[in-house]
Structures are given as C-alpha cells and as structure tokens.
Ligand binder design. Sequence first.
Ligand code: SF4
Length: 192
Amino acid sequence: MSELFPIIENVKVDLKSLISIKHKCSPEVCKGKISCCAEYEVCIEKDEVDKVFAHTPGAAEFAPQLKDDGFYRNIFDETDDNLIAIDTDEENQCLFAWRNSNEEVLCSLHSHAVKNNLSFYDTKPESCCLWPLAIYDGSPEILTVQEDAFNFDCNKKPESGKAELDTEISSIIRNVYGEKMLAGIKHAVSII
Ligand code: SF4
C-alpha cells in the first residue's frame, strides 16, 4: 500500500507536498518584490557556523555590509532554542544579501561560490539550500514544502497532473541529502 509520509533515511517525507511544487530560482523573478532572503529568520545549527564563517570574506566582496571599519561584524545571534540566527538589516533582509546593478537581490555566499567554482551547497546555510523545501522539527524530522512558498513567484504548481518530482526539487534533495535519499523519495512517489 502506498504511503504519503514514508520515513526515508530517518526523515519523514511529505510526498504530497513535494510533488505539488516546481521551483526555479531566478533573481529577476523577485525584483522589486519581497524575496525569500527578506522573509524568514535564517537560523543555522551551531556546527554550520564555521562553514558560513569560512566563506564570509568571499561573501563580503559582494556584501560590504558584512564589514564595519575594516572588521567583520558579528552577524550571528544565539536564539532561545539554541540555534544561531543571521542578522538582518532595517528592511529585514539577511545581511548576506546584496543587490546587483539590476536591483536584483542575490546571496553573497552564492555569488562567492559561483565566482570561485564552488558548489553553493558548500557555502550557504542548509535552510537556504533547502528553499522552497523546509525541515520541521519532529521525531523524526519532517521534510516538506515551506508553508508560504507559493507567495513567491519562483514557485509554481506543476501543470501536469502526474505524480513526479520537479527537476529542481530533485536537485535540491540530491545535493542536501544525497542520491540515496532522492532514489528513496522517487521510488515512494512512483507507488503513490
Ligand atoms: S544566507 Fe544567502 S540565501 Fe540565505 S537568506 Fe541570507 S542572503 Fe538569502
């Protein structure tokens, strides 16, 4: 019998949500609108701080607000639930965000990765790499679609009524969780 919330690689997967979205991140799509980088408080696990911090000098080439008087600002705040939140500016925009000459909002950790032939999955916080998916607390954790993802034009409903994962969503799962997880999810989708 098919299952809509199978546990795959120790994660409870919300299959119905995952096949209900297609995603394409293009900065021009959110030009002049609220972008995901100004909508959420980005919280990272403590063990992710080193990864993000290591790429902050590269990111600062795009986002000079990461520095003050030649020194890197402390942009990490500890939250009540023992996570680390990244500071935002007065417009609620993540301090890693920057605007290019087209007024498009980009992530400086992502831009730094592209410039240096790195994978942005190795420079950005996991929660940002997962967008528009999200992981919710639980035992086990639940992988689903961010609640208000369809408020953003980079996310659409698939036209075909077929039960399948969008290419970009598959790529996110592969890069964050690995090939085995993606194969498991694809198999579960195929028997819905
Ligand atoms: S770290 Fe980058 S992708 Fe994540 S919210 Fe900040 S600017 Fe956006």
